[in-house]
Design a protein around this ligand. Structure first.
Ligand code: ADP
Ligand code: MG
Length: 383
C-alpha cells in the first residue's frame, strides 16, 4: 500500500487522517482518541513520552515537558515576543533550542516526536506502514517555518509530499474546490492558543490565499483563563500553589467544553482549600459573558483580513469555522452576525447582536461537526 496520510500538526492538538474507499477519516489511537495533544515529555531516563500521557505529566514536570513547540519551529530568538518566554520550559540559542536538564532539543526534533507517534498510531490502525504525508501549516508561516516543518516530517521517517496551508485544507474538507471559479471563502480558525482568518480565492481549481490576519496569542486558552479567574474569585482565599491552579484550569476547560452542548454544569473541586470542598454551578449564559471579550478580540482581525483582500463580507460565498474553540455556540453566532451570514438560524440568546459588517445578503456559514478535525481531513484529501 502506498497511501498518503494527511497530518494537522497543531499548536495544541495534532491528528492524522487518510482517505479510504473514497472517504477521509481520522485514525484514532488505541483508546479511540482522534486528537493527540501536541505535548512531549523528556523523562530524565528513557524515551520521550508524547500526547495524552505527556499532557498528564505536564503538571508534575513542567520543566521537562514541552507544549506549543509550533510557536518556535523555523523561528529565530529575535522573532519571538516576550510572552513566548513565559513558558515553563527553558529556551535559548540561535537557532532556537529547548533546554531540558543538560540536553538540548531543536523544535524540529520535538515536532518529529509528535509526528513519529502519529505515524506509529496510523501504522497500528491500518496494519501497514505509512511513509508518505501531506502536512499542514498556518497560511502565515514563512519559508523557514515551512522548511523546518518539512524537516520534522522527514526526521519522523515520512517522505513529505507537500506542505499545505491549514485554511486550504479546511476548504478541501468542505469540498469547496467544486465551487465556481473565483469563488472566495473565509476560513475562521480559533484553536487553543492561536487565531487566524484567511481569505481564499479559487483559481483554476486551486485555492490562493488573498489575505491572512490573526493573533498567535489568542484562543481557547484565554477563555479557560477567564473561567479560572472567575472560579478563583468564587473559591475565595486559597493556598495558590501550582497543582491547585492546574486543577482549577482543568475544571475550567472541562466546564467550557461541556457547556458547548449543555445549558448548565456543576463544577466540583474536592479539597481545594486545606479544609473545604468547592462546588458551584456555571450556566452557558454566564460562560458566554465571560468568553465574550475574548471572542470579540477576533473581530478586528476579520475586518483587517477583508480590508487586505480588498473585499466586503458579502463578496464571500462561505465562511468556514474550524478549530476546537468554534464548537462554542457563541462563536458561531457572533461570526455569523459579523459576516452577515444569510442562512444562519439560531436563537440568539441574550448576546448583544447588531455589529454586522454589512446589512445585505451574505455568505453561508459552513460548520463541521468536529471543527478540530477538518484540517487533517483536508490534508488527507490533498494526499
Ligand atoms: P490547535 O489548532 O491550536 O491545535 P484545536 O483546534 O484542537 O487547537 O483547539 C483546541 C481548543 O479548542 C482548546 O482551547 C479546547 O479547549 C477547545 N475546545 C475543544 N472542544 C471544545 C468544545 N466542545 N467547546 C469549546 N471549546 C472546545
Ligand atoms: Mg489548528
Amino acid at each position: 500500500m502506498d497511501k498518503i496520510v494527511g497530518i494537522d500538526l497543531g499548536t495544541t492538538n495534532s491528528s492524522i487522517a487518510i482517505v479510504e474507499a473514497g472517504m477521509p477519516g481520522l485514525l484514532a489511537d488505541s483508546d479511540g482518541k482522534r486528537l493527540m495533544p501536541s505535548v512531549v515529555n523528556y523523562p530524565s531516563e528513557g524515551k520521550p513520552v508524547t500526547g495524552h500521557a505527556a499532557q498528564r505529566i505536564l503538571v508534575i514536570e513542567p520543566k521537562r515537558t514541552v507544549c506549543a513547540i509550533k510557536r518556535f519551529i523555523g523561528s529565530r530568538l529575535q522573532d519571538l515576543s516576550e510572552s513566548d518566554y513565559s513558558l515553563e520550559y527553558q529556551i535559548g540559542g540561535n537557532p532556537i533550542v529547548v533546554k531540558i536538564g543538560n540536553q538540548q532539543y531543536t523544535p524540529e526534533e520535538i515536532s518529529a516526536e509528535i509526528l513519529s507517534s502519529l505515524k506509529a498510531q496510523a501504522t497500528e490502525v491500518l496494519g501497514y506502514p505509512v511513509d508518505r504525508a501531506v502536512i499542514t501549516v498556518p497560511a502565515y508561516f514563512n519559508d523557514a517555518q515551512r522548511q523546518a516543518t518539512k524537516r520534522a516530517g522527514e526526521m519522523a521517517g515520512f517522505s513529505v509530499e507537500r506542505i499545505i496551508n491549514e485554511p486550504t485544507a479546511a476548504a478541501l474538507a468542505c469540498g469547496l474546490e467544486k465551487l465556481p471559479e473565483q469563488s472566495r471563502v473565509a476560513v475562521y480558525d480559533l484553536g487553543g492558543g492561536t487565531f487566524d482568518l484567511s481569505i481564499l480565492e479559487l483559481r483554476e481549481g486551486i485555492f490562493q490565499v488573498l489575505s491572512t490576519h490573526g493573533n498567535t496569542r489568542l484562543g481557547g486558552d484565554d477563555v479557560d483563563e477567564c473561567i479560572c479567574d472567575w472560579l478563583l474569585n468564587e473559591i475565595g482565599p486559597t493556598t495558590g500553589d501550582d497543582s491547585m491552579r492546574a486543577r482549577i484550569r482543568e475544571a475550567a476547560e472541562k466546564a467550557k467544553v461541556d457547556l458547548s452542548t449543555l445549558d448548565s454544569v456543576e463544577i466540583k473541586l474536592p479539597f481545594i482549600t486545606s479544609d473545604s470542598n468547592f462546588e458551584c454551578q456555571l450556566t452557558r449564559k454566564q460562560l458566554e459573558s465571560l468568553a465574550r471579550p475574548v471572542i470579540d478580540r477576533t473581530r478586528s482581525h476579520c475586518i483587517q483580513a477583508l480590508a487586505d483582500a480588498g473585499l466586503k463580507a458579502e463578496e464571500l460565498c462561505q465562511v468556514i469555522l474550524v478549530g476546537g474553540q468554534t464548537r462554542m455556540p457563541l462563536v458561531c453566532r457572533l461570526v455569523a452576525d459579523w459576516f452577515g451570514c444569510v442562512d444562519y438560524q439560531e436563537t440568539r440568546g441574550d448576546v448583544r447582536i447588531g455589529e454586522s459588517f454589512h446589512e445585505a445578503k451574505g455568505p453561508i456559514l459552513n460548520t463541521f461537526n468536529n471543527p478540530d478535525e477538518a484540517v487533517a481531513l483536508g490534508a488527507a484529501i490533498q494526499g
